[in-house]
Design a protein around this ligand. Sequence first.
Ligand code: TRP
Length: 485
Amino acid sequence: MADEQSPNGSNDANGAQEQDSGAASKRGIWGSKAGFILAAAGSAIGLGNIWRFPTEAANNGGAAFLLVYLACVVLIGLPVMLAEITLGRHTRKDPVGAFKAICPRSLWWLVGALGVVTGLAILSYYSVVAGWTLGYVVRTAGHTFTSDSDPNAIFGAFSCCWWQQILYHLIFMALCVAVVMGGVRAGIERWSKILMPTLLVMLGLLVVRSVTLPGAGRGLAFYLEPDFSKLDFKVIVAGLGQAFFSMSLGMGAMITYGSYLSRKDNLVTSATWVGLADTGIAILAGFMVLPALAIAGITPGVDEGGAGMIFTVLPSVFSQMPWEPYGGIVFGTAFFILLALAALTSAVSLLEVVTAYLVDERKWPRKRATAAVGGLALIVGVPSALGCGAVACLSKVVELQGKSVGFLELMDKVFGKLTLTLGALLISLVVGWVWGIGKAKDEIRHGNSGFAVLGSVWSFLLRFLCPLAIATILVFLIIDPGAIR
Ligand code: TRP
């Protein structure tokens, strides 16, 4: 039965009925039990794991960052993820509608609105970086990277070329709009099944190459041997922000995906699988990138890696693959294609949140909503696309701790770190206190009757640890905004 339905596809518009709740809702549900896990993992696994995680680790003390990050994922990320999914399945609404449903006649819907704005903003620059991966598919396939080419110069020339920046941003956004118009389930469920395992195998092979490169030892030590003197407030801010970004939390993506879940599904195991897959891929990406830093002339912990870091580091790995030059061409091209597809399944979840809002709350037709949001994100993304070298004033918008920050990096700091963290705080407060943990637990017990001990642990983490920890960090950030880096 559920197999004929699509969460967002054309069937939805024809009035696919939910069959397991009795509610006369028009929304569809995921096609299979694995459907949600695949789609949610597809949302979580993306540039956040492969582009952002290694860069954050390199800039924030390596192993110290890794430890903080893992603690944030387990103690804060997973409880918030369960809260979002539960809220979504219970209300079967977009983020704004979900908050209106559980707290009617109050202003809590603004939390959902913050999420919608954040989603649009993240999508705008996410698409730019995803465009870079498309540009790198072309470059690796064309054998631009040889053992004596200079990856820094190549990236520099690419990011300074305004029309390529806009073109690839446009292509990626168009792909995204096409997938969301076709319906998340048909597009994402099917793709993720093939994509995730292939990405895993590919990463595994690249890790083997990277850790056996001459000079890899220093990078590995930096990644695995914690230097606790590096553990300061900035590292904690970065670790927490990275956990939210990577797990797609804090802006309602998981509320929206959870709203297409069936009452029979076990929310706890679903959330755990998604978290495990996401964290596993990020850790692997660290093993791939950090040992290779030395070859690219970056000293981890000393030189700061900018937004283009992996694009300058990975080509040196590809140029040292066996069967030169074919090994590098094949591996490099396949890797960037996979990365672009992983980015696509993530970007789709960002676009889906804003689209779901327009469809559910404003009653827009799905196709029109998707095109409008895609178009808006395209325009909002233009300064980011031009802000990595092409236009000087956009490449140095503010000065933070003596380092000039470009428009794209600024967007990532404000929306990829700050508003996500604020959103996660508010979501944990609303689910834990305003809506009520008892009602949330009742929702989880559909599909998971034995949620007793784990339920108490979750309740403690969500009601006390998450709000206190996140709020403390936000207060310190207000005192010292420079700590966001
Ligand atoms: N998690 C994705 C990644 O790691 C990006 C992403 C998708 C996201 N949806 C999100 C980030 C919602 C924050 C909120 O690449």
